[in-house]
Design a protein around this ligand. Sequence first.
Ligand code: AGP
Length: 587
Amino acid sequence: MCGIVGYAGRRDAAPVLLGGLQKLEYRGYDSAGVAVFEGGSLHIVRKKGRVKELAEALSLKGNVGVGHTRWATHGAPSERNAHPHTYGKFTLVHNGIIENALALKEECIARGEKFSSDTDTEVIAHLISWFYNGDFAVAVRAAAKRLAGSYALAVLCADFPDAIVCVRMKSPLIVGKGADGAYVASDLPAIAGEGVEAYALEDGDIAILRAEELSLYDGDLRPVKREKMQYSCREDAPELCGFRHFMKKEMAEIPVALRRAPLSAEGGNDGLAEALCRAEFIEIVACGTAYHAGLCAKHAFEGLCRVPTEVTVASEYRYRDPIVPRRTLCIAVSQSGETADTLAAAQLARERGAYLAAVTNVAYSSLTRMADAVLFTQAGREIAVAATKSFNAQLTVLYGLAARRAAALGIAAPPLEGLSVAAEGALAAAEGVRSWTPHFLSGKSVFFLGRGADYCTALEGSLKLKEITYLPSEGYPAGELKHGTLALIEKNTPVVAVVTQAALAEKTMNAVHEVYARGAKVFLVTSFAELARREEVTAAVVLPPCPEEYSPAVAVIPLQALAYYVAVARGNDPDKPRNLAKSVTVE
Ligand code: AGP
């Protein structure tokens, strides 16, 4: 997770690096650092905290440098562990995890080498130094061959102050060439604003950056060509446009995202259409919010078109020796398209014979390159760590697939087009949850209840709340409550119930009654106005009309808003919750 940048050109490197790092902060923000060659000698500034702490680096005058924003894996967030790391003549920044770092470190220590950080990264600088005999790229390549795990590296060498050598394995890395120099970054938006021709490196690729040229090689240092990435200026860092936080802005963009997403659901290619219609089994793999989108979609695939569907957390799927029946359609859902576990699970399903469809928000991601067919959610760039509009858009695309399969069977599914209008209504109604916040400030555990698809919405509401408010919270199937969890309900415990499924409404209301009888404060998100008037209900949001098959895409909106308002009331930054990062590119 971590973001890396590098620049070798004719401009001052420091502002380029800091600008790039700011656009990569969604990948991690517990410490940051830059290294810039100034007149042949290297200057390093490293700080605990966010990129803005590096402001003093702006005084550095030099045209070649690298930078890093960190999400700690090995070693606590601290200045000592912040990148860049140096050993001998080599200084580098790294995104990824070196799985054999301990064994390699022991080798280095046995040679008498000393370490100055607790990171897995520092050992790479030691290795490159060990292999160095005057050829920079050859030493980087030799060191890379000893590494197990994932890495995207940008390396500086004191003997070559005009160059950066980069290499990647299982961690994304984009290189670019502009009129004034060569660039590298973990993600395109960090360099897109520079008007560069950009290329995504493939596993094992090595790139050498100099002001005048960008050279690409394969893992054996043979020159290679990579396809130029197509992107628009929209890939540049988006603005807050008057909103206080990206999360709020991105929620406001949900209706637009839902207007665009059905177009994707109709898209794909002939291969996908065939795989969808022939599928005897659907396996959805994903993590976090995307996993919850998969859970919601299972109800649509099974309910609308009776295709058996499993949804598996990607980190479990990849190590489970999964059974992939014939005619399996695997759908990997990932906003970023870079989540390491989702990529590994999708790869495994594909290797075992599944047709792989990707539902992703990032056109140039690793997932898009691996999949047989890609459906873009077209939600627009999402900056806040807490996923909002991408979830609604993922649902719309997945519902679209279910509707397509239903149509092939001659079953008419409800149209998706009205979802955007329903989302607008839900956004307006969701403003009402601002008045619920005092009940959620006590620090007590919060429970989200629902049945069927509403249970999936409850899970997502709970994840959203816990990740940005830090309140303990649990999403629970309403009918399961009395088998244990009811013991946790006491006076004033906040309970949020989601009720949009007509056939299950009274069943969920039974659970509401049970928690109310034990002193809970009940908050309701429902499509049924009459339920909002029940005595058990402290406050309610009544949702606008929406086909109940698709209701999670709308019902989740007040829950996203609740998480947002409670986080702000607790003094948290909802865009950058502690310990988290937007893209989890490591295991
Ligand atoms: C959601 O709010 C999260 N921050 C997180 O669970 C996220 O959905 C998960 O890491 C998956 O990310 P992806 O969609 O980019 O694969």
